[in-house]
Design a protein around this ligand. Structure first.
Ligand code: ATP
Length: 234
């Protein structure tokens, strides 16, 4: 579904990613692990089109690397960004409507929203509340549901467990597992190696802008060796 070759990402004079390759097959959950500053968010920004990059980014067979952000979204890229960035003053429902902004099939938006309220009942209960009044975990659920409102081909998740209590983190990983079982293609960026590996098919480890290790998730066991690598760098 997504194929990246020789991707370099720059922020002004700084090159954050130095030429990486990665692939996400249709229906797979692939995790990009790595310490702070490794270039994980930069990689996602290059895919969505918000960071400058060179190299190939192919989505469902088409090179999208030169397209502007909105065109990539229309072709099926959606992200739940780091820090969630929900619209705090808008209601839960309005946030979901915003997620569907680029869609042509307006008539199906209402039923999709009802579907997400069934999947995340707590969001349904709070549909008319300003999203800023939700807890961190609820805001993360909303950010994921909002991204999925565009009916993307691939869902990018940037550190969905960041800042959440362990129990809430477990719930968010359960949700990601459910989405995978529903056939949604996922590229997950995480620092929580153990939880991410458990639901992933394939893992890439990014260090200083380069892939230092990759392989099927089973190869990394329970992820504890990777956890040491990732946290040891801090
Ligand atoms: P984190 O978990 O902290 O978000 P990360 O792996 O996602 O880490 P990036 O945010 O991609 O890493 O950052 C990679 C490198 O690029 C870092 O050295 C960072 O300082 C730099 N960088 C990221 N964004 C910018 C920016 N907008 N301007 C300048 N440098 C940046």
């Amino acid at each position: 579904m997504l194929e990246i070759q020789d991707l370099k990402v720059t922020h002004g004079p700084i090159e954050a990613v130095h030429g990486i390759a990665l692939t996400v097959a249709e229906g797979a959950c692939v995790t990009l692990l790595g310490p702070n500053g490794a270039g994980k968010t930069s990689t996602l920004s290059a895919i969505t089109g918000t960071a400058r990059s060179t190299g190939l980014i192919r989505l469902a067979g088409t090179d999208i690397s030169r397209l502007p952000v909105e065109a990539r979204a229309k072709r099926g890229i959606a992200i739940s960004p780091e820090g969630r960035r929900i619209f705090s003053n808008l209601t839960v429902r309005e946030n979901l409507v915003m997620g569907a902004a680029g869609r042509r099939d307006k008539s199906a938006i209402g039923s999709d929203i009802r579907g997400w309220f069934e999947q995340f009942p707590i969001l349904g209960e709070r549909r008319d509340q300003p999203a800023g009044t939700l807890s961190g975990g609820e805001q993360q659920m909303l950010a994921i549901a909002r991204a999925l409102m565009s009916r993307p081909r691939i869902l990018l998740l940037d550190e969905p467990s960041l800042g959440l209590a362990p129990q809430i983190t477990a719930r968010i990983f359960d949700i990601i597992g459910d989405l995978k079982r529903q056939g949604i293609t996922i590229l997950l960026v995480e620092q929580n190696a153990t939880a991410a590996i458990e639901l992933s098919d394939y893992v890439y480890v990014l260090n200083n802008g380069l892939i230092s290790s990759e392989g099927p998730a089973e190869r990394y066991g329970d992820g504890s060796a990777l956890m040491d690598q990732i946290t040891g760098v801090h």
